[in-house]
Design a protein around this ligand. Structure first.
Ligand code: PFF
Length: 458
């Protein structure tokens, strides 16, 4: 008699519970300070619209395929990034090194990201008062300079952010992350639209729009292209295990390519909105587009100045930016925590607090980069700048090359197509073939050339 197949025991592993939840949480990882802080400042320092064009191309040709591959591997293995690469690789091949490098990237990103989040949290309180509501560049620059130049404040806000993250993470994946992001992401979209409209109404807005949308390709150098590729990695949280870890919480019937595409579009849209909120104001009030990491903090107060209910809107803006940063930080922290929890059998709570304690130490070097440790430099950069540069421009792209090579040359086309069509349930073979070809041939070569050129190797 044919033996009856026994249903597999219900998975005990925590995971995302609904299709919208998956989209919201993945978007919650992608959307964050990268859109609101990093995208505008890099667009400003790299010449505007030309950079934007290269960035969009990098997102399509490199970011999207790598994101799809990464989520796929995570879902296949249903494990943390290290275990995923270890179990999916042929015996004896060290592809797990990608994940180990990823954990290191996660720490370095968190070290400076938590400091930018710290500035945002501090600004929530500043926005509640009235000292910030001005369009005078000298005043807004002064307020920001005072915050980052004060070691106590910088450190205190950062550690507060880390403790807050610990609390949220201990609620678990589906309850904590899913619940928070699902509710607040739509509100952030709406507020950015309001801020954008306000900024467009400022006298001189046209110049800001031209800066953002009228490309001048004479400013594109190897270093600019590498920065754009690095931003694509940073934006989509790829090349260091985050999307792999999130992929492990995806359900088997989720359409991965479609989800990744939607996340990419929504993410680009939010960045565009942030750009439209900031650049018209930069030109209207005489700020410098190339101000660097301070751009968001010195410009935004001016947008709200003299606007009806400006005070309330500015407060809401920083609250929502803080929330967006939290969705991203939760996903970064998930990389080391899932690893310690599953591979080293550490309790989730212990894993969380251990990671955060380590981060409090490493992160302090970034918190103090504009004060006590401003003169401590490596390769001419402070810890903050170095971690920012090295993760986006070197470590994440290298992780990306590793993933492309693994999927394109080791994992192979058949398994790729089977996995991403949900074992034939989705009719997307043509599309998958195209994505596979890009992953095997185009993305890795492109990333490598851009890295070598951008780092002046040739
Ligand atoms: N994508 C996030 C942002 O743009 O703000 C940053 C980020 C999150 C990078 C998660 C890396 C990561 F693993």
């Amino acid at each position: 008699m044919k033996q009856e197949t026994v249903a597999a025991p219900a998975a005990t592993r925590d995971g995302f519970t609904s299709s919208f939840g998956v989209l919201a949480a993945t978007l919650g990882s992608a959307v964050g300070l990268g859109n609101i802080w990093k995208f505008p400042y890099l667009t400003g320092t790299n010449g505007g619209a030309g950079f934007l064009v290269v960035y969009v191309l990098a997102t399509l040709l490199v970011g999207l395929p790598v994101m799809i591959a990464e989520i796929m591997l995570g879902r296949k293995a249903k494990a943390n990034a290290y275990t995923t690469m270890k179990t999916l690789s042929p015996r004896g091949q060290p592809w797990w090194l990608i994940s180990v490098a990823g954990v290191l990237s996660a720490f370095l990103i968190m070290a400076f990201y938590s400091e930018v989040a710290a500035w945002v949290f501090a600004y929530v309180f500043k926005a509640a008062g009235s000292g910030l509501l001005t369009s005078d560049p000298k005043v807004t620059e002064g307020v920001f300079g005072q915050l980052i130049g004060d070691p106590m404040q910088s450190l205190m806000w950062q550690w507060l952010v880390l403790v807050l993250m610990g609390g949220i993470l201990l609620l678990g994946v589906s309850k904590g992350i899913e619940a928070a992001t699902k509710k607040l992401m739509p509100v952030l979209f709406i507020l950015l639209v309001v801020v954008g409209v306000r900024s467009l109404m400022l006298p001189g807005a046209a110049q800001g729009l031209a800066f953002l949308f009228k490309p001048d390709f004479s400013k594109i150098t190897g270093a600019v292209v590498l920065t754009a590729v690095g931003l694509a990695f940073f934006k989509l949280s790829i090349g260091m295990g985050t999307m792999m870890t999130y992929g492990s919480y995806f359900r088997d019937d989720q359409n991965i390519p479609l989800t990744a595409f939607r996340v990419m579009c929504a993410d680009l849209f939010v960045s565009m909105l942030a750009g439209i909120a900031i650049f018209p104001a930069v030109f209207a009030f005489g700020f410098k587009p190339a101000a660097g990491p301070s751009l968001l903090f010195i410009t935004i107060p001016a947008v709200f100045h003299n606007m009806p209910f400006g005070h309330v809107f500015m407060f809401a803006f920083f609250v929502l930016t803080a929330v967006a940063s939290m969705g991203a930080m939760l996903s970064i922290l998930e990389v080391p925590i899932a690893l310690l929890n599953e591979h080293f059998k550490m309790k989730r709570a212990t894993a969380t607090w251990l990671s955060l304690a380590l981060l409090a130490l490493v992160g302090a070097t970034c918190a103090l980069s504009n004060s006590s440790m401003a003169n401590v430099k490596l390769f001419g950069m402070t810890a903050f700048d170095l971690f920012d540069f090295a993760t986006s421009n070197i470590m994440m792209p290298l992780g990306g090359i590793g993933l492309c090579l693994f999927v394109g040359w080791v994992w192979g086309k058949q398994r790729f197509e089977a996995e991403l069509s949900n074992q034939g349930a989705l009719q997307n073979q043509g599309l998958l073939r195209a994505i596979f070809t890009v992953l095997r041939w185009v993305s890795p070569v492109l990333i490598l050339i851009v890295m070598l050129k951008g780092l002046n190797v040739f």
